[in-house]
Design a protein around this ligand. Structure first.
Ligand SMILES: O=C(O)c1cc(=O)[nH]c(=O)n1[C@@H]1O[C@H](COP(=O)(O)O)[C@@H](O)[C@H]1O
Length: 245
């Protein structure tokens, strides 16, 4: 898979396995895209569907945003690791002990170290803005400080990277290390509606900020021609990468 395709992940926020498969048939004859499966599709289909897609050769990001006591999360990671998914999310707000136990489980239950499920910690959701952080969550720092605090905690606890907005990707890389993954949802091509997202950036801005992967849902899934929308974003990634050199 070329670099740009590896970087672009489609959030398959769709209601059933059947609809997801019909949607993915747009890519027939092309390399399989990276797919992210979140609450809606996972609760509709379950682990078997994920396992089957993995067997078909999809790279899968399972976005279950685990957040519970350390033992419960460790046991969940144990079950999920057996599916062989590539990425899995958990909330950094669950704390360092929870994240460490998750990492231990992922290592223990991977069928080999190359296929260990990589753990990504959610810092602050991209639907959160600074006023919400202060007024609703009781966090009295700036958004960047709050995100960096979670990212450093996740890094120390042994996660492979974080979910953040492209607005914070650069600062996270500087505060941790370049290989610590910055995966950025809240991607909006110029002119696209932000919907419920608050901290949005364009594909170009995310690449310029050093994002490793871009998660794109509605800009592709709701497009009249999803494959064309996917290719337009791929092209934008390729051009932005070209300008980095
Ligand atoms: O963990 C995620 O993937 C995630 C974290 C976050 O902070 N913000 C966020 O939007 N996401 C997910 O990324 C996708 C974004 O979808 P669109 O807004 O439609 O592009 C959704 O599937 C969200 O669940």
């Amino acid at each position: 898979m070329d670099q740009a395709r590896r970087q672009l992940m489609i959030a398959l926020d769709l209601p059933s396995g059947e609809e997801a498969e019909t949607f993915l048939s747009h890519w027939q004859g092309e390399e399989k895209p990276w797919i992210k499966v979140g609450y809606q599709l996972f609760y509709a289909t379950g682990p078997r569907w994920i396992y089957e897609r993995k067997q078909e050769g999809y790279s899968i990001f399972l976005d279950l945003k685990l957040h519970d006591i350390p033992n419960t999360v460790a046991k969940a990671v144990e079950s999920i690791s057996k599916l062989g998914v590539d990425f899995l999310t958990l909330h950094a707000m669950g704390g360092s002990e929870m994240m460490k136990r998750a990492r231990e489980s992922a290592e223990q239950f991977a069928s080999s170290s190359e296929c260990r499920t990589r753990l990504l910690a959610v810092t602050q959701l991209t639907s959160t803005h600074e006023k919400m952080l202060h007024d609703e969550l009781g966090i009295n720092s700036s958004m960047e400080q709050a995100v960096l605090r979670s990212a450093k905690l996740a890094h120390q606890a042994g996660t492979d990277g974080v979910i953040c907005s492209g607005q914070e990707a650069r600062a996270i890389k500087e505060a941790t290390e370049p290989s610590f993954l910055a995966v950025t949802p809240g991607i909006r091509p110029i002119g696209a509606s932000a919907n419920d997202q608050k901290r949005v950036v364009t594909p170009t801005a995310a690449i310029q900020a050093g994002a490793d992967h871009l998660v794109v849902g509605r800009a592709i899934t709701h497009a009249p021609d999803p494959l064309e929308a996917y290719h337009q974003i791929l092209q934008e990634i390729i051009e932005a990468r070209g300008k980095l050199r």
